[in-house]
Design a protein around this ligand. Sequence first.
Ligand code: PEP
Ligand code: MG
Length: 526
Amino acid sequence: MSGRSEQIIQAEAASEGLAYGMLHLLGGGHGSAKARVAGTPDKERKLLRRAIEAALAELTRTAGEMAGKTAAMLQREIALLSEASFMTPVWQALDGGEPAESALSDALDLLAEDRRSDGDAAQAEDLADLRDRVLKHLPGGGLDRQTLPEGAIVVAEELTPMRFLDLDWRRCRGAVLIGGSARSHVAMLARARGLPLLVNLRTGRAALTAGAEAVLDAEAGRLILHPTPATATAYQECIADHGRKQAASLAALSGLAFTADGTRISVMLNVDGPAGLEGTDPAHCDGIGLVRSEFLFPGGETPPDEERQYRVYRGLLLWAGGSPVTLRTFDLGGDKPLAGLYPEDPNDPTPALRGLALSLARPEAFKLQLRALARAAYHGPLRVMVPMVRRPAELERARALLRAEVEALAAKGVKAALPPFGMMVETPEATQSIADFEADFLSLGTNDLERQAAASGQDEATLLDLIKVVCAHGARHGIEVGLCGEMAARLKAIPALLAAGVRLLSVPPRALAGVKAEVRGCRIVS
Ligand code: PEP
Ligand code: MG
């Protein structure tokens, strides 16, 4: 324990769970951090000097605004940064050809380690904080996947979905966003991974120091800094108990899912990023019910080209080994950006568009994606799905573009196939007049439907009525209706969804076991 007194900070729980670890502060506002090739030692020195000056100015400003212990800590950091001898190993590493970022991180991490083993936890924290404060002013700043320390609780002002996907969360125990929202796509990504997440912290970042021990309680909605030994032990016991329960539930993964009264329910997977299927056995699901393709290519500066997309889509088919893979075309707009496509420029005449409408406004990029999908479809049961459809004419336009791209590929002798063409049902327009839309299959996007329902004051019963109408339409016309929003993984909602007629649930990999167990315990009462 650090010896500092326990401090409880209230926050909003955006992804349930508990975590105990050390705070790790992420540089603010950076895109994906990249390993940088070093310039000349002179150039690296200049970069580092400038970054130190910027960090010093920031520290001095913040220290002036703070009081008590936080101000004292910032003053200590200012003193350290102004001390020439302390930076000697860093300058030496630059002379040896290291880029400024790794020279700084390596030297300060080593020093922090020394201080920790000497029992000076406070100075180790100061050093880690200092490292992050300088790093964020360097060109390869921020922190890359590798530098996230094992067992960290990551703290950031805000995260975009792309930045979230850039980080290797397997090493981390939880995350705290000083801003953020429980309704954002980042929150959804965290929930899909079972990563405890707090948002909207009721204090500024200055109260949080790198390396500080903390308990993240995303059940009660609070962050406990410098927990007492009693607090830490109580939480560690809860966390271990939770882990044991999860391990026991894995037994439900095998076998198909039938309700207790014998109805077959397909349970498919949602894929949210390039590492979305790691550690999942394809035999445990009925295929992939939703690939959020907009999240498959994080970190680039331009949209992925046709070849890259084709390879990734084909890789998903390979993984699924003959089961269907439902690939949704880019759902950009709102809080879902993709470098080079959205937002294109601030004066863009189409900033309010989302999903299919945005794709239709960028026909070249859309056609490129459709070509990659049609080429991949040649190799297995790929299905194309379009997001945020509002009007039947949009759907028809997209289907016509897909058909034309398949024909053009065939004319050139390129192997391609026309995949089944489905739509997300997630706009009021689509739910209200579903019979007007001609799709090969439907998937209910309850995340967007719930957002719209909340905005217009509707309750869950109204949403269930909408789901019933869409399922009845599907049953009447022999059209598959799935549900791929978070509601599919909400165990308490499953009996009502099955009663409403849903027979296909698509859920994040970590929810698979629980959902199958829940389905097996259900009797369908309609
Ligand atoms: C949904 O809206 O339920 C959905 C699956 O789409 P997304 O969460 O990507 O908006
Ligand atoms: Mg949606």
